[in-house]
Design a protein. Structure first.
Length: 132
């Protein structure tokens, strides 16, 4: 299975985004030595220049690199997500409130605090003060 080619050198050359300049240089030097064509070497050199000579570019590329989500080789597998998310509440049977979708609280407050019809609105309207 081939990996898709990306424009981000961290992804393209499988570099750690947290690497320092020396580590990036060493990794790309090894790749350049293994490259079979001048075009590959030129691509590696351009990646090296953008990652080592331009700190803003390196930061932007590091922040947009796809993080490694797989566990390191040799580590035990992670427990299933559902097993780690269990709580004492999850062992109880479902109740009626678990099955009913409650309306949002702001909608309920608007209906309960404001006047419902014109007669009620008249009661809430500010009264004009008349002086004698």
């Amino acid at each position: 299975m081939t990996r898709p080619v990306t424009k981000n050198p961290f992804d393209r050359f499988e570099l750690d985004p947290a690497s320092d300049i020396a580590t990036i240089t060493d990794a790309l030097r090894e790749r350049a030595e293994e490259a079979s064509t001048d075009a590959e070497r030129a691509e590696i050199r351009a990646a090296w220049e953008s990652l080592t000579l331009h700190p803003e570019t390196r930061l932007g590329l590091a922040l947009t690199a796809v993080p490694e989500t797989r566990a390191p080789i040799g580590s035990p597998p992670r427990p299933p997500a559902l097993a780690s998310a269990t709580t004492d509440r999850s062992k109880e049977p479902l109740g009626v409130l678990d099955l009913v979708s409650l309306p949002p609280l702001p909608d309920e407050l608007d209906r309960s605090l404001g006047p419902e019809d014109d007669a009620e609105r008249a009661l809430w309207a500010p009264r004009s003060v008349t002086s004698s």
